[in-house]
Design a protein around this ligand. Structure first.
Ligand code: AMP
Ligand code: MG
Length: 405
């Protein structure tokens, strides 16, 4: 039975759950998903500190300008002034240095003239100005980074500022990747007659890495039951199995029949979408199994729509990058005819018109084997089943293809 994209997405997401956590160094944590809240171990700044180079003063002393004060010491970043400031006194201070006791304002260097330790203030300071109060940024115990957050480079910097050297993150799912097909060889190998390159083995490995998983390449199974069964051994220990090809109804499409005998429990095997109709989802040896169609564009589109959100669930990501569910809109760049009963994902470029609006223009050729067009595409134009004809300029849903993925 052919199910809708929405049903398929709901079923695959229900079939995965968050993995356990591991501890890693904060220097390795970019892109990882936090398994628990991270409280700050320090208060930042640790004390009232100067935001400028100049002199720490008592503001009441220097309201009538020019005013003369006496420099009694220095406070530098990393070594503060030990004493306190009395009437008519000032301390030379630098950015990041603690404000000495008794001072309540900073006169910036540009507003002073120095003659030995005699400092003339030429501009009256405002009380509190140029002083960063203790805890301005954050305080000890503040949980600034929370469970489920995918750490950006800024977050990594923040965690470091919080004096956090390691974090607990969700383990990266290990995804066993098994290609199938008598015609396939790996890039660089000599090509026999009628053979093609198994581009998916390589491209989807990179995709898995990019979305936060660890690919385990099981290799290429031949289109015979014994070969497929033997290579399936590799799934043990992995969190999930992804097969490529052999998912359709041809004589050599063995994934359903062979894996079925090996314990694959199939949830669905056809989705009303184009590309990607022969998509299988099920469970094998207590693990989720996604059977991707072999055509490269179908395999990538299905990975974008289903595999990526599945990995997000396994990672416990708070803001899943579910390209399948989150759609934006753009203006259509050319007329389109009526759609049939399968939801269409048209490969398209994305540009801006004179008004600054995004315009999505589908390529003329949309064959699911065409990797060159797909690599050039910026987005997919989504056409629901039975969508009526639309003219250029109409607003249509799109899914952006992640330019870094
Ligand atoms: P299948 O689903 O096995 O019938 O494959 C559909 C099409 O995708 C066929 O033209 C296959 O040659 C091609 N194909 C299958 N697997 C791969 C792969 N790993 N890399 C590139 N093309 C593939
Ligand atoms: Mg095949």
């Amino acid at each position: 039975m052919m199910i809708s994209v929405a049903e398929a997405l709901a079923k695959v997401l229900a079939g995965v759950k968050p993995l356990n956590a591991e501890r890693i160094s904060i220097t390795e944590a970019f892109g990882r998903v936090l398994a628990e809240d991270v409280p700050s171990r320090i208060t930042q700044p640790f004390a009232d500190v100067s935001a400028m180079d100049g002199y720490a003063v008592r503001s009441d002393d220097v309201q009538t300008i020019p005013a003369a004060v006496t420099q009694i010491g220095e406070s530098a970043a990393g070594s503060g002034f030990a004493g306190s400031i009395g009437p008519g006194e000032a301390v030379r201070i630098f950015t990041g240095a603690p404000v000495p006791e008794g001072a309540d304002a900073i006169v910036i260097q540009e507003d002073t003239e120095a003659d030995g330790n005699r400092i003339t203030v030429t501009e009256a300071p405002v009380k509190g100005r140029y002083i960063r109060p203790a805890g301005l940024d954050f305080r000890e115990g503040d949980a600034l980074l929370t469970k489920g957050r995918r750490l950006t480079t800024r977050d990594v910097g923040l965690a470091a500022a919080m004096n956090v050297p390691w974090v607990s993150v969700i383990r990266q799912p290990q995804i066993a990747l098994l290609s199938t097909g008598d015609e396939l060889v790996l890039p660089g190998e000599p090509l026999g007659p009628d053979q093609i390159i198994s581009s998916n083995s390589v491209g989807l490995s990179a995709f898995i890495r990019a979305i936060g998983g660890t690919p385990i390449n099981l290799g290429i199974a031949r289109d015979d039951p014994a070969s497929l069964r033997a290579m399936l051994e590799g799934v043990r220990g992995a969190d999930m199995l992804v097969t490529i090809g052999g998912a359709s109804v041809g004589d050599y499409d063995l994934v359903k029949s062979v894996l079925g005998k090996e314990g694959l429990d199939i949830t669905f095997s056809q989705v009303a979408m184009r590309p990607g109709k022969p998509l299988i989802f099920g469970t094998i040896h207590d693990r989720p199994m996604l059977g991707l169609p072999g055509n490269p564009v179908s395999a990538f589109v299905c990975s974008t729509l289903y595999l990526r959100p599945m990995v997000d669930v396994m990672l416990g990501a708070e803001t899943p990058e579910t390209a399948g569910a989150v759609t934006e809109t753009a203006l259509l760049g050319k007329d389109l005819t009526e759609n049939d009963r399968r939801q269409d994902y048209l490969r398209a470029t994305l540009s801006r018109n004179a008004d600054g609006d995004f315009v999505a223009t589908p390529f003329d050729k949309q064959d699911s084997s065409m990797l060159a067009v797909f690599a050039k595409a910026d987005c997919l134009v989504v056409r629901p089943p039975h969508a009526p004809p639309v003219e250029a300029g109409a607003r249509v849903p799109i899914i952006r293809l992640d330019p870094r993925v």
